[in-house]
Design a binder for this molecule. Structure first.
Ligand SMILES: *Cc1c(COP(=O)(O)O)cnc(C)c1O
Length: 241
């Protein structure tokens, strides 16, 4: 069995165990394979092992791989999870199925307009990125501003609002991990409860949180999508978040 296939199996086992431990169904939690810095051949290998959702951080690198693997769509589903600058929104709108990292209105508006120009693709699925650790270096809106941004995005054409995404500061302290994820889940649940019947909230079902080192805590706190890179593809040698 190949290394990536073996790693994928282990990660799926971790996901199942974590789901069971909190009385959840493993099917409620989607595994996103984060393939940034790894070549298209690794993505194909993971695909042959049954993986279909892939996450990328750098637009230019991602577009190269997406183009190379174009014939494997729609089986392959591409998620943009990195920081998004205004001058890169067009490529994101034209190439991705999802964008997890919207943290300001301007980016959402540009994605909406630019996705409208390639309407054959259907709506872009989007999450609002929240900042739970108050770190200057991390992107994301404060939890207190997430609802307002969601409300505006819910009304933009060509985007489907799917939920919230968070990257808490890495820590080995389990209690701190749980606390951060729980605060995102609470924010998500409040928005969902409040806007249950509002237009634009029909598909608000995604809590994108948890990575290689903290997926168990994220799943225990309600994650519906874990983004796992290192545990599937190995250590990245490029410096990257
Ligand atoms: C790189 C990255 C991941 C994957 O991190 P690992 O620790 O390698 O699992 C998940 N989410 C985001 C936003 C990332 O940039």
């Amino acid at each position: 069995m190949s290394r990536i296939t073996n790693n994928l199996m282990r990660v799926k086992q971790r996901l199942e165990l974590a789901a069971q431990a909190s009385n959840r169904e493993p099917e409620e939690i989607e595994l996103l394979a984060v393939s940034k810095t790894f070549p298209a051949s690794d993505i194909e290998e993971a695909m042959h092992a049954g993986q279909s959702a892939f996450g990328e951080n750098y637009i230019q690198e991602a577009v190269e791989k997406i183009t190379l693997l174009a014939k494997l769509r729609p089986w392959l589903v591409w998620h943009f999870i990195g920081p998004l600058q205004s001058n890169k929104t067009k490529e994101a709108a034209e190439n991705f199925d999802w964008v997890h990292s919207i943290d300001r209105l301007k980016i959402a508006e540009r994605l909406s307009t630019q996705r409208g120009d390639c309407s054959e693709l259907g709506d872009l699925q989007v999450c609002v990125q929240v900042n739970v650790s108050d770190e200057d270096s991390k992107s994301g809106v404060p939890l207190s501003e997430a609802e307002d941004l969601c409300n505006v995005i819910a009304r933009l054409p060509h985007l489907t609002l799917r939920g919230l995404m968070a990257i808490p500061a890495p820590t080995e302290n389990k209690a701190t991990q749980h606390q951060a994820f729980a605060s995102v889940r609470e924010c998500f649940s409040q928005i969902k409860a409040k806007h249950l019947n509002d237009i634009g909230y029909e598909f608000f079902d995604t809590l994108s949180m948890g990575m290689s080192d903290d997926m168990e805590a994220a799943i225990a706190e309600g994650s519906t999508m874990v983004r796992v890179g290192t545990a599937i593809f190995g250590k990245r040698d490029k410096i990257s978040i």
